[in-house]
Write a protein of this length. Structure first.
Length: 401
């Protein structure tokens, strides 16, 4: 089988990292779109990693029967757990006094523990309505079983190259795929050219217009301020209070994909009430937020190495990943529409017509799910669901006594 290689690099420090290796395998299945096509399949052994899904934080809104202050809410929360929660007033007087507050529970043991803490809080500060879950962040971590930095960095590079970004995020300027290795715009670069606006002729067909994400940078898709946000990183430091960082022990360093699930998604799925999470399966997040895909290419290119556009697409993937090819699809579709319009007008002036084929049939890059990685993520999310159910059951048993 044809093998291809994607070089990996760092940007903060000098580091030698093995290449990511891919095999051009025949696409399996009887579907028409898979005939005479090959998929670039990663050779990295995912069984060399331990995958685990965790809840990073949960943001809840509470509304009280009477006004209170941030400091009093924080003090009452400390009675049930020594860890400080971030508390912010909503529609208050600007000095911490309000009837409504947002509370962020960082790294909770479970959603059931949050429910218990809120029950205790309500005894001190009675609620006028049930607490509402506003946002939740869930991560899937992958630990190298051998504890090797190179294995971790290779998986980070693979996650960045195979993550499939929602088209809505790609089309919005401030949400499109990018990576940052510091603070500010100077230390941020986009994976691919902007899919709209004025561009030099053919600019988006140049491989120099695309960037390879460094494995020690953080990959982003989505806006930092609000809404859905995905981050992929080599998690080697822990953020402390006040914005300081501490190095993690080697055993805790891991490749990570973080997903901030927004209020809009929770509302549409009916999971704004905390009690609704008793029956929540975290695998429901996979379809919308944890998608990994691999590109399909014509078999003739691998056999003869002569199809120029296919060559470009392969190189774009190896350098910048699935997200770059998704952007390429959007940019090519714009060119396709312009070309078809010009041809149609020219033929029309001669009294002729043309058969119009959709871009998906004649020029779009197609993808298949990266099944092995998707399976690992699914199992991790299933295990998180099981842990959560046990926590809810334990709380119910304790209340029944």
């Amino acid at each position: 089988m044809t093998k291809l290689y994607a070089p990996l690099h760092t940007i903060k420090t000098a580091s030698v990292i093995p290449f990511l290796e891919f095999e051009a395998r025949p696409a399996k299945g009887g579907q028409e779109r898979k005939k005479n096509r090959r998929i670039l399949h990663p050779c990295l052994d995912l069984n060399s990693y331990k995958f685990k899904a965790v809840i990073d934080w949960v943001e809840v809104m509470i509304t009280l029967g009477t006004k209170s202050q941030v400091q009093h809410i924080q003090k009452s929360l400390l009675l049930s757990d020594p860890r400080t929660c971030y508390v912010k007033e909503i529609d208050g007087n600007g000095r911490g006094t309000s009837e409504s507050f947002r509370i962020r529970f960082q790294e909770p043991k479970s959603m059931a523990v949050i429910a218990e803490r809120l029950e205790a809080l309500a005894k001190k500060h009675p609620f006028s309505s049930a607490p509402q879950v506003m946002q939740i962040e869930v991560s899937v971590d992958a630990y190298s079983k051998a504890g090797l930095q190179s294995e971790r960095q290779m998986l980070v590079g693979l996650l960045m190259r195979t993550f499939s970004v929602d088209d809505n995020l790609i089309r919005q300027s401030q949400k499109r795929p990018r990576f940052a290795w510091g603070t500010g715009s100077v230390e941020t670069a986009f994976v691919a050219p902007k899919p709209s606006g004025k561009q030099a002729e053919g600019f988006h067909y140049l491989i120099e217009s695309y960037n390879a994400p460094p494995v020690d940078a953080t990959f982003y898709a989505g806006a930092r301020a609000s809404g859905a946000l995905v981050r992929i990183m080599d998690k080697v430091k822990d953020t402390q209070k006040g914005g300081t960082f501490t190095d993690l022990p080697d055993a805790e360093k891991r490749a990570r994909i973080e997903v901030r699930v927004p209020e809009q998604w929770l509302q549409s799925e009916g999971y704004t009430n905390l009690d609704a999470f008793k029956d929540f399966s975290f695998t429901q997040l996979q379809g919308d937020f944890f998608q990994f895909r691999l590109p399909l290419f014509n078999q003739v290119w691998f056999e003869r190495n002569q199809h120029h556009s296919q060559y470009n697409n392969v190189q774009f993937f190896l350098k910048s990943g699935t997200a770059a090819l998704q952007v390429m699809n959007i940019l090519k579709e714009v060119d396709h529409r312009k070309m078809r319009k010009a041809i149609r007008e020219q033929l029309g002036s001669r009294g002729q017509s043309m058969t119009d084929h959709s871009f998906k049939k004649v020029g779009a890059i197609d993808f298949l799910a990266y099944e092995e990685l998707s399976r690992k993520v699914s199992i991790a999310l299933q295990n998180l669901t099981s842990r959560e159910k046990r926590a809810w059951n334990a709380m119910a048993s304790k209340h029944a006594v």
